[in-house]
Design a protein around this ligand. Structure first.
Ligand code: SF4
Length: 227
């Protein structure tokens, strides 16, 4: 059986945030997400990869097609983003087995079977667990078992939180005793909002010993897609 994955866009760019910021990366954005976040009543910045009304703009690609495309850029970092790429983690497994330096940018709600799909232990999960400022319910946005399994099986994984106020207690509840790095980034879908929120997040990171992450792509390109 030939498995296919809905792809919203693929582009080669510089990773703009988190642990691997600054690294040239091939971004593969899948279509579809199991959450529906709204930040300050704004849609998520990848709404076109989440909202079903954009489904007709997604391309169904086979794993072979994706492998051939990756080979045109490799070696480079490969970033599966979305939408929610772990929705398709079983279908994407041949790619995970074949290439190194793979990151899954994920909301960390889907529990990966690391026994059956062991190569995922070499993947970095950028666990952008959603906080209350996503306006999603706690029960939908937090799956502690999934978080624990990603954090402990795939040891390069890190947390990445979008902050607009002091959400320390929420972060503490999610991270618990896990030792993965914690990055906090200012909320904002344009340069002005980002810069308004940045000083607070900077101080917040200093206060609690978290890593500060900028969001280079928003600073440079605002809402432009494919960059
Ligand atoms: S989990 Fe991420 S991609 Fe999905 S709706 Fe929320 S912000 Fe958007």
């Amino acid at each position: 059986m030939t498995y296919k994955v809905p792809i919203s866009e693929i582009f080669f760019s510089i990773q703009g945030e988190g642990k691997y910021a600054g690294r040239p990366s091939l971004f593969i954005r899948v279509g579809g997400c199991n959450l529906n976040c709204k930040f300050n009543n704004n849609r998520c910045d990848s709404f076109y990869a989440v909202d079903k009304r954009y489904e007709s703009s997604w391309t169904l690609m086979s794993i072979t097609q994706l492998i051939n495309l990756i080979r045109q850029y490799y070696p480079c970092d490969i970033v599966f983003t979305g939408g929610e790429p772990t929705l398709y983690y079983k279908r994407l497994y041949p790619i995970v087995e074949l290439f190194d330096n793979i990151t899954f940018e994920t909301n960390a709600t889907i529990d990966i079977d690391f026994v059956k799909f062991a190569a995922y232990k070499d993947v970095t999960f950028a666990m952008s667990v959603k906080l209350s400022n996503s306006n999603e319910s706690y029960s939908r946005r937090i799956n502690k078992k999934a978080i624990y399994n990603m954090a402990t099986n795939a040891k390069k994984s890190f947390f990445k939180f979008v902050i607009d106020r002091d959400l320390y207690l929420e972060i503490l509840d999610i991270v618990d005793s896990l030792e993965n790095d914690i990055y906090c980034m200012p909320m904002g879908e344009d340069k002005n909002t980002l810069e308004q929120n940045a000083p607070f997040v900077f101080e917040f990171c200093l206060k609690y010993g978290f890593c500060y992450s900028d969001r280079t792509h928003i600073r440079l390109f605002c809402k432009k897609r494919g960059v």
